[in-house]
Design a protein around this ligand. Structure first.
Ligand SMILES: O=C[C@H](O)[C@H](O)[C@H](O)COP(=O)(O)O
Length: 266
């Protein structure tokens, strides 16, 4: 039985591509038996929620959605989905999230929106962690090639100055992230500061080692390097196609996806 085409707001360019990538990721990874679902942050994630809503009220009534921050909490609530938190649901069926840059091994820089502490908890708690983004985040080189503002480091507010000194000793060039429409630094959803620390490519080429070094600095709460986390990444390309990369190294290019078709839930 074929269902009527979905009535969707018309989008063009990269926004249309992000929607296609998000829909494809939901169709492939959010099945009928997935009940505890992590909702990430960033500009592609609203399309993830849009597709999940299209899976139907009955199915969603039995699900609980966990947010990675203020933005995703609002998305969950405004779409009439049931809100939960990871303290009550430490095992998540699937988490879908954005990223700032993803390398060929699916390691990622995250935290451009200062959400990386909760994002990493929801990524590690998930049986499947899936990334959705546009082609600008799809890197063929080492992390830091396209996302040049540095590794986002969440630090305790009172310790930031000492952490910046430590990051400099490690070889970075740390900058305290400042608010855009606020005098003073960005304060995360958890009440901490964010330091952006660019490191030379030689260090970025070994993201696990760098992550371990930064994580050991006293005062650091979390590091926006996600290493060995993601199972798959879906990138929307400028021509409307999708690139799908999986952790086994497979790459599917030029995948077409018809967003007007209602989801068939596996
Ligand atoms: O802290 C924010 C997150 O890691 C986001 O997932 C990331 O910054 C991507 O955001 P956007 O899709 O808006 O570029």
């Amino acid at each position: 039985m074929s269902s009527a085409p979905l009535q969707l707001a018309s989008l063009s360019g990269v926004e249309a591509a992000k929607r296609a990538a998000a829909y494809a990721a939901v169709d492939a990874h959010v099945g009928r038996n997935d009940r505890i679902i992590g909702i990430g942050s960033g500009s592609t994630v609203p399309y993830v929620v849009e597709r999940i809503v299209q899976q139907g009220k009955d199915l969603n009534a039995s699900r609980i959605f966990l947010p990675t921050g203020f933005q995703s909490k609002e998305l969950i609530v405004s779409n009439g989905l049931q809100l939960g938190d990871v303290d009550c649901h430490p095992i998540i069926d699937v988490t879908i999230d954005g990223a700032d840059e993803v390398d060929p091994a699916l390691n990622a820089i995250k935290g451009g929106g200062a959400c990386h502490l909760r994002e990493k908890v929801l990524a590690e708690a998930a049986k499947n962690f899936i990334v959705v983004a546009d082609y600008r985040k799809n890197s063929n080189g080492v992390l830091g090639t396209s996302w040049t503002q540095g590794v986002p480091v969440e630090a305790a507010e009172f310790a930031y100055s000492k952490v910046m000194r430590d990051l400099t000793k490690l070889g970075g060039k740390p900058v305290l992230r400042m608010g855009k429409a606020k005098a003073g630094p960005v304060v995360t959803d958890n009440g901490n500061f964010v330091i952006d620390a660019p490191f030379p490519p030689e260090q970025m080429a070994k993201p696990k080692e760098l992550l371990q070094q930064i994580k050991l600095l006293t005062g650091v709460i979390e590091v926006g390097l996600f290493v060995d986390c993601a199972k798959a990444a879906y990138f929307g390309n400028n021509d409307g196609t999708i690139t799908i990369k999986t952790v086994d190294g497979k790459v599917q290019e030029n995948v077409t996806f018809d967003v007007s078709k209602a989801p068939v839930v596996a």
